[in-house]
Design a protein around this ligand. Structure first.
Ligand SMILES: Nc1ncnc2c1ncn2[C@@H]1O[C@H](COP(=O)(O)OP(=O)(O)O)[C@@H](O)[C@H]1O
Ligand SMILES: [Mg+2]
Length: 373
């Protein structure tokens, strides 16, 4: 059975996003979803695949932990999108690391430019922005708009030359609103706000903000059916649903649980659930992260994970005292603890509310014994 059989298509959301971009008034949208909730999967296997099926050119670039400078990555992505390839081949390439050297323009002769992606190119920022603009001009097609899928763009906010790149991108995209449509994704609200909601940012209000819809019971039903076909074993739907909810409807965790059950035929669902949770915490090094925090940070992390209290108000203070046995510090101090968590990428601000960034870490914190902050 192919990998793609496990893919659960987000049909209505794909359709709506595609229509909004190609026939609606928006030229760009920004899609927020916490880490590992299915943004990349949606871009590549739902929206991108759908657009390609209808003859649109599709481009993908992820700014997450890449060693390539963002502008070089964009130039590479547009260059590749201009070549004739099948969509499946493109996806395979996007998931690989970019090559060290790329050739832009004709294969040979005048006009051909070779770019070394590993090279630092700050000095040539202006030239590269012109090149990007030119390439985007070639990609633009008002009859069938090209789709730019730019993943984890909050990284642009802090990248070297990020402001200039965003400004260049905005100009290039604005000039071709009919021929180029963009989806930006991000897994940090603070990071996305920095790019799209702060007045000084070049992409201020450029994209219509959306949140990736959570997966529901249909996802579980779909995955259980695939599991049954693959492993010839039926799982209890209610237990599966419960496990799915325990981890906030996270598709990756759910699939890991299924793989554990697939590998160990005699393992009961509940035992597989605990085994999966332990393995996940180990892989993501939650212990190490927790040990790296001081007691007051841990207490604030737990308070954010519980969500119910106003972390800087009286209910938060009462909870702080119950957890630590110490008097709660003044609100400003508690705020600075939360900002420390944010700086370490552990806390994020959703609308006005502070939360832990990673829903899996949130579940892990909640499942810890209370006394161990
Ligand atoms: N629609 C889906 N159908 C099946 N599995 C999915 C789906 N969305 C996400 N997943 C699973 O969850 C994992 C994490 O998703 P991903 O798209 O990488 O998250 P994100 O980009 O938000 O960090 C994927 O590798 C895949 O195994
Ligand atoms: Mg991703």
């Amino acid at each position: 059975m192919a990998q793609s059989d496990w893919h659960y298509p987000r049909k209505p959301f794909t359709h709506d996003s595609f229509v909004a971009l190609t026939r609606g008034p928006v030229a760009a949208m920004s899609l927020f979803g916490p880490r590992r909730t299915g943004k990349t999967e949606f871009l590549l296997h739902d929206l991108g695949a759908h657009a390609a099926r209808y003859g649109h050119r599709v481009l993908y670039a992820s700014f997450w932990q890449t060693s390539v400078a963002p502008l070089s990555l964009l130039i590479y992505a547009v260059t590749e999108a201009l070549r004739p390839r099948s969509y499946a081949d493109r996806v395979a390439d996007w998931l690989r690391h970019p090559p060290i050297k790329i050739r832009v323009g004709p294969d040979k002769g005048p006009g051909a430019v070779e770019i070394d992606l590993s090279e630092r190119r700050e000095a040539r920022l202006g030239e590269d922005l012109l090149l990007l603009d030119d390439l985007l001009g070639q990609l633009a097609n008002p009859a069938k708009p090209a789709l730019l899928l730019l993943d984890e763009v909050q990284e642009l906010g802090t990248a070297q030359g990020g402001t200039e790149i965003m400004a260049g991108l905005r100009t290039a995209l604005d000039r071709r609103r009919d021929g180029l449509k963009t989806v930006f994704t991000g897994s940090s609200q603070i990071g996305l706000n920095r790019i799209f909601s702060s007045r000084e940012a070049p992409l201020y209000r450029f994209a219509a903000p959306l949140t990736l819809p959570p997966l529901g019971p249909d996802f579980v039903t779909h995955q259980l059916a695939v599991f049954h076909r693959v492993f010839q074993r039926r799982l209890d739907p209610a237990t599966a649903q419960e496990f799915f909810e325990r981890f906030g409807g996270n598709p990756m965790v759910f699939q890991r649980w299924l793989m554990t059950l697939g590998q160990y035929r005699d393992l009961a669902e509940a035992a597989a659930a605990d085994q999966t949770a332990d393995a996940l915490a180990r892989d993501l090094e939650f212990d190490r992260i927790w040990l790296g925090l001081q007691t007051h940070h841990r207490a604030m992390a737990r308070i954010l994970a519980e969500r119910g209290h106003d972390p800087f108000g009286e209910t938060g203070a009462a909870r702080y005292e119950a957890l630590t046995g110490q008097t709660a510090p003044i609100p400003q101090t508690r705020q600075s603890h939360v900002r420390t968590l944010a700086r370490r990428g552990l806390a994020d601000q959703w609308d006005k509310e502070w939360r832990l960034t990673d829903p899996l870490f949130e579940t892990w914190v909640l499942e810890r014994p209370e006394g161990e902050v």
